[in-house]
Design a protein around this ligand. Structure first.
Ligand code: ATP
Ligand code: MG
Ligand code: MG
Ligand code: MG
Length: 572
């Protein structure tokens, strides 16, 4: 792209109303412009980044088995009346009438539309499970739209909805999504934590996690343990305390799901013996999710189905291969993880999920805060570090307070909710009639999940974490252009010729490149370039005649004088 004609209006001053750094930088860098409160135009550069985020999200959704569709923003009120949310949702739902006086809403989310679609189109177990997603504009009349794209009234969301035959199926889908989310946020270069969260208005009777980008501007407070994997939205930790809900008084008669687990009493478990004891507790007619780590920090989630009496667990040979034995009266189940095989920066064991048999499955990605390479290897204490998605003991939690499940202490962080996954259960499928015939010809209600990522919010969250005083510092995966070519003087024929030649050559190689061909002073061009924040900058100056350029990668303190040939090789 040539900058001369590019709509890239950079500003020297931040607009007064922009409080958040990401908001300021995106305005100043010429990425977005405000149209009304919480409503923005994405300028060409902003749109490029947004599209890159979309691509990453799409890739992972497809990989997790999702199918993309596109649903309308304009939704008939009847659907919302049927689900009961027309009255529940409140003023955030934008309502209006068409010329025939029929009521409509602008979709803040799409449970109603998607569930109705599936109710009409699917009626047999043969077509299940099914996960659908879309990347679409959402509308919410937020009470306080602010911080630019972080809290908009019109914003871009990826929303996915899953339909399973039973709770076990939902559980698998849920954790697959959890894993996909971890990959997405890691790929975007985001520092994040997956935390236990509350269901809010989406409701449903299942489990839910929020993915929080760590940032001071964040409106949520996350409480996490300095040692183990416990992490929750403080709202939740405290919210429960306010409700005064006794964990032992929870109704256990509902359908089994890992989410119910949150409400079980969980003792502090520090030894294998205690872990065994926890497993054989009376509540074992329900699925139990046990999230623990071996001494070297290999995270493993074991789902033990309730009809399976477990009376012994041995952690065996975990140095070698992370082997774990679950034994019951008849069988010994051996689960082999690969603690040595950590892959990528997410820190997930390789080769998972492993479905060991009907009774036990090992999943990964359930480890909050596992987004740094070897995080657990460095932070875990020797011994069994057990934690359950639990609630209830955090009454008026304060920072520094001891964690109630290990030796760690509680740490507070501010977070931006960039993603949210829910087990909805039958809340919508019941009301909107999403039923199917199972293999025995019996009529059953589909078990649903929903999974959101605020793509436009994610864009801002990345900027909150990746900038300097001079401007943006895009992670390579989402940079609008990979290379910025800047001739020092547009009047120098020699420099312009070389700049054009490099530009053409990089384009030929399908590298995304921006050429500053404007007739501006070099100071202005470099300042703008800092703002835009491409990963590589090639400045063409005095040495153009010798085919030498100044090459600077984002993290380099100073540019290096290298040959054109080498520069092209470096970016290819
Ligand atoms: P919040 O707590 O910030 O209001 P939410 O819990 O209401 O968000 P969800 O209903 O869980 O949001 O929607 C899924 C995702 O959509 C959120 O995790 C977030 O990333 C994004 N999102 C929600 N509201 C907005 C908004 N007003 N502007 C931009 N993104 C949003
Ligand atoms: Mg909200
Ligand atoms: Mg929320
Ligand atoms: Mg949410």
């Amino acid at each position: 792209m040539r900058q001369q004609t590019l709509l890239l209006p950079t500003l020297r001053e931040a607009p007064a109303e922009a409080e958040a750094m990401s908001h300021q930088l995106m305005i100043r860098g010429g990425y977005i412009r405000q149209v009304a409160a919480g409503i923005y135009t994405y300028l060409p550069l902003g749109l490029r980044v947004l599209k890159k985020l979309e691509r990453i999200v799409r890739h992972e959704m497809d990989r997790a088995g999702g199918q993309e569709l596109l649903m309308p923003a304009m939704q008939p009120a009847e659907l919302w009346q049927q689900s009961g949310r027309y009255s529940e949702y409140g003023p955030e739902l934008i309502r209006f009438k068409d010329r025939h006086d029929r009521e409509f809403a602008l979709g803040p989310t799409h449970e109603e539309v998607v569930t109705t679609l599936i109710a009409n189109e699917i009626n047999s177990y043969r077509k299940l499970p099914l996960t659908l997603y879309q990347i679409q504009t959402k509308f919410r009349d937020e009470r306080r739209p602010r911080f630019g794209l972080l809290r908009g009234r019109e914003f871009l969301m990826k929303d996915a909805y899953s339909f399973d035959m039973d709770w076990e199926g939902l559980d698998r889908t849920y954790w697959r999504m959890h894993e996909a989310y971890s990959r997405i946020f890691t790929e975007c270069g985001l520092h994040y934590k997956a935390v236990v969260a509350d269901a809010g208005t989406i409701g449903g009777d299942g489990g839910t996690h929020e993915f929080m980008a760590l940032a001071e501007i964040g409106e949520d407070t996350i409480v996490s343990c300095s040692l183990c994997s416990y992490a929750a939205n403080l709202e939740k930790a405290e919210g429960r305390a306010v409700e005064g809900q006794e964990i032992n008084s929870v109704d256990r008669s509902a359908s089994p799901s890992t989410s119910k687990l949150e409400k079980f009493h969980t003792p502090d478990i520090k030894t294998i013996e205690q872990l065994v004891k926890a497993l054989v507790e009376p509540a074992s007619q329900f699925i139990k999710t046990l999230l623990f780590m071996t001494a070297e920090g290999s995270p493993v989630v074991v789902l033990v189905r309730g009809d399976h009496e477990v009376n012994e667990i041995k952690v065996k040979n975990h140095l070698g291969c992370g082997e774990l034995q679950l034994a019951d009266a008849e069988t010994t189940l051996r689960i082999t993880g690969t603690p040595a095989g950590f892959v990528g920066p997410i820190g997930l064991p390789a080769g998972i999920p492993i479905l060991v048999d009907q009774q036990v499955s090992v999943l990964s990605g359930a480890v909050a805060g596992a987004n740094e390479q070897d995080y657990h290897l460095r932070h875990v204490q020797p011994g069994i570090d057990f934690s359950l998605e639990r609630t209830g003991d955090f009454r008026n939690v304060t920072e520094g307070e001891p964690c109630s499940c290990c030796e760690g202490s509680l740490v507070f962080n501010r977070g931006i909710e960039v993603g949210h996954i829910f087990k909805l259960g039958t809340k919508y499928s019941e009301k909107l009639g999403a039923k199917f015939l199972d293999s025995n010809g019996r009529n059953q209600t589909m078990i649903m999940g929903c999974y959101g990522i605020g793509i436009s919010r994610l864009l801002s969250a990345v900027v909150e974490q990746h900038h300097s005083e001079a401007g943006l510092l895009w992670p390579q995966s989402i940079a609008p252009y990979q290379v910025h070519i800047i001739p020092v003087s547009s009047k120098s024929e020699e420099q312009m010729k070389l700049a054009e030649a490099i530009y053409e050559q990089l384009l030929q190689q399908r590298i995304e490149v921006l050429l500053d061909d404007r007739n501006e002073r070099i100071g202005v061009k470099l300042k703008d370039s800092d703002f835009i924040g491409c990963p590589v900058r090639i400045v063409i100056g005095k040495e153009a005649g010798n085919e030498f350029v100044e090459y600077k990668e984002r993290n380099d303190a100073e540019p290096r004088l290298i040959s054109v040939e080498e520069a092209i090789k470096l970016v290819s």
